[in-house]
Design a protein around this ligand. Structure first.
Ligand code: PRT
Ligand code: ZN
Length: 216
C-alpha cells in the first residue's frame, strides 16, 4: 500500500468532450482505475491515485481549494474560471478555439464594427479582456448555452463561442470572424502540493511524457 500522503487526487470530467481522451491517457500510462460505473470517486489499483469525476466547470475551483490535487480541464474553462492553479502540462487533445461570429450576410470589416453593439457568450471574462485590448466598447450578454441562436432571435449582433469543426456556426447561419483564444486540454495542479504528492505528480508526468514521445 502506498503511503496515503503521496496519493494524488485527480479530478476528471465525468462525461463530455474531455472524458474519453483523459481516461485513455491514464490507461496508456498504465494506471488502472474503474470508470463508467456511475461511481463519482474511485482509486487506482496500481498507482497512488484517486479519481474524482466532476463537471468540467467545477474542476478549477476544486484544484484551487485543494479538494483535488490535480485536474484535467480545457484551458478555456480554466482561464474563464479565474481560479488559481499551476498549469503543469499541455496535453494536446480537445483542441478548439474561442471565436467571434456574425450572421453570414453581414459585411464584417474588423473588430471596430462591434463598437456599441452586443455579443452573446458563455465566456464573458475572456471576451471582455479581448475587447479591452482592442479598445472596443461592446455589451456582453452572458448566456450559458445555445449561444449560436442569439443573433437570429435579436439578442445580440454577434456571438463568441467555442468552435471546433465550424459546422455548428454554419448550420446557424453564422460565420467566424475573429479567433480570440486557442485552447486544448491542460493538466492543472494545486499550488501548495506536499512534497509527497509532488513526487507522485512527477512520476505521472514522466509517464505522460513517455506516452506522448512514443506517439510522436
Ligand atoms: O457536463 P460538463 O459541464 O462537464 O461539460 P460541458 O458540456 O460544459 O463541456 P464539453 O464536454 O462540451 O466540452 C469540454 C471541453 O472540450 C470544452 O471546455 C473545450 O475545452 C473542449 N472542446 C473541444 C469543445 C469543443 N471542442 C466543441 N466543439 N467544447 C465545446 N464544443 C462545442 C461548442 O460549444 C459548439 O456548440 O461544440 C460546438 C461547436 O463544434 P463544431 O465542431 O460544430 O465547431
Ligand atoms: Zn461544463
Amino acid at each position: 500500500m502506498p503511503n496515503t500522503d503521496s496519493i494524488l487526487r485527480i479530478a476528471l470530467q465525468k462525461s463530455g468532450r474531455l472524458s474519453e481522451d483523459s481516461f485513455r491517457l491514464f490507461k496508456e500510462c498504465g494506471i488502472k482505475f474503474e470508470s463508467g460505473t456511475g461511481k463519482l470517486k474511485t482509486s487506482s489499483s496500481n498507482f497512488p491515485a484517486e479519481f474524482l469525476f466532476l463537471r468540467d466547470d467545477d474542476i478549477p475551483g476544486y484544484v484551487e481549494d485543494g479538494v483535488a490535487d490535480i485536474g484535467i480541464v480545457g484551458e478555456n474553462v480554466f482561464i474563464e474560471s479565474n481560479r488559481k492553479a499551476e498549469t503543469t502540462y499541455r496535453l494536446g487533445f480537445s483542441k478548439c478555439r474561442l471565436s467571434i461570429a456574425v450572421p453570414r450576410g453581414v459585411e464584417y470589416k474588423g473588430i471596430d464594427d462591434f463598437q456599441g453593439k452586443s455579443i452573446a457568450t458563455s465566456y464573458p471574462r475572456i471576451l471582455s479582456n479581448f475587447l479591452k485590448e482592442q479598445n472596443v466598447k461592446a455589451d456582453i450578454h452572458e448566456i450559458s448555452g445555445s449561444v449560436e441562436i442569439a443573433p437570429s432571435i435579436g439578442l445580440a449582433e454577434g456571438v463568441c463561442d467555442i468552435v471546433s469543426s465550424g459546422s455548428t456556426l454554419l448550420s446557424n447561419g453564422l460565420k467566424e470572424v475573429e479567433v480570440i483564444f486557442r485552447s486544448e486540454a491542460i493538466l492543472i495542479a494545486n499550488k501548495k502540493l506536499s512534497k509527497a504528492k509532488h513526487d507522485t505528480l512527477n512520476k505521472l508526468l514522466f509517464r505522460i511524457k513517455a506516452v506522448q514521445t512514443a506517439q510522436n
